[in-house]
Ligand binder design. Structure first.
Ligand code: ZN
Length: 322
């Protein structure tokens, strides 16, 4: 782990021993028996507690002004009050009074990890990045887009000007792509194997996404994608990110590309996803780019396999930085 000395314009870090990981039991709103395994965040927290050199810290929720940089007042109000109900539940969670505080906390975790990474070189939040959330509605279990909320908050405070998102969740990051379009200081890459809208194991991911442009790129992983193919495509994508010279990288280390995930057409196992994480961290370390990562999706029937993938990301971090 490293401590940032970028205040002097330097891009070097001095070694510190602790990785700070943001977790709060209040992340989980009551959503009943849902395909989203919301208990996984607590299980990953249990795994992180066992890791040497990691400490769990509770974040504070984001403020309404943090939300308003990214989301419309009508949508924020719907999530807070439950009305209109269709908008409040557009992410496909049942609304409850606990929803709004929980999603303010998850975005708070994302922001806290981003801020910590700027200081230490790396940090993580045990939340999803919520990459399907758009400005005026939620989608795909994503209420507020914590990635973009964090990026905009850091820009507003002057802590970081250029933030990059590397999204390696299985699903195409449509919300982040849409939000990037009006944010020239946000650079977003989505490397995906499921084009999300139908959430079926495979649809045609060969089409170029219309959001692709100056500050958004997408790369489709082919059906049956193995480690070599994934790393080749990742290596193809990373130079554009390096060339953009971000102050901070937000990494969505999704567990749903896993071969046993019900939505995944890919052939990637635990070791392959560990290799993915190592490649991302090695890339960032070589360029002194601070990294904050989040868990994103993971729906395999055996939830402990999902937890093992997320724990593998922490092991990859330690392997690269220790
Ligand atoms: Zn996903």
């Amino acid at each position: 782990m490293q401590t940032n000395t970028r205040g002097a314009g330097l891009e070097t870090y001095a070694t510190t021993s602790m990785l700070t990981v943001f977790y709060h039991p209040g992340y989980a709103a009551p959503i009943g028996n849902h395909i989203m395994p919301i208990q996984k965040f607590a299980l990953v927290a249990d795994a992180v507690r066992e890791l040497p050199g990691a400490r769990l810290v509770e974040p504070v929720p984001v403020s309404e002004s943090d939300l308003l940089r990214v989301h419309t007042p009508e949508y924020i109000n719907a999530v807070r009050t439950g009305e209109p109900r269709a908008l409040a539940e557009s992410q496909k969670f049942p609304w409850s009074p606990q929803l709004y505080p929980s999603v303010c906390l998850t975005s708070g975790g994302c922001l806290a990890a981003a801020r910590q990474a700027l200081r230490d070189g790396g940090s993580a939040a045990l939340v999803s990045g919520f990459h399907h959330a758009c400005a005026d509605h939620g989608e795909g279990f994503c209420t507020f887009n914590g990635l973009v909320i964090a990026a905009d908050a850091l820009k507003a405070s002057g802590e970081a000007n250029r933030v990059a998102v590397l999204d390696m969740d299985l699903h195409y990051g449509n919300g982040t792509a849409q939000l990037a379009a009006s944010r020239p200081d946000l650079f977003a890459i989505s490397i995906y194997g499921n084009d999300y809208w139908a959430n079926v194991p495979y649809r045609d991911v060969t089409v170029r996404r219309h959001e692709d442009g100056g500050n958004h790129r997408s790369y489709a992983l082919p059906s049956g994608c193995d480690r070599a193919t994934m790393l080749r495509i990742l290596d193809e994508a990373l130079p554009s990110l390096a060339g953009w010279k971000p102050d901070l990288l937000l990494y969505q280390a999704g567990a749903d590309p896993y071969r046993e995930d019900p939505f995944s057409p890919l052939a990637l196992d635990h070791d392959d996803l560990h290799a993915r994480d190592r490649r991302v961290f090695e890339f960032a370390r070589a360029r002194n780019i601070p990294v904050a990562w989040v868990l994103a999706g993971g729906y395999a029937k055996d939830i402990m396999k999902v937890v093992r993938i997320h724990a593998g990301t922490f092991e990859a971090w330690r392997a690269v930085w220790s």
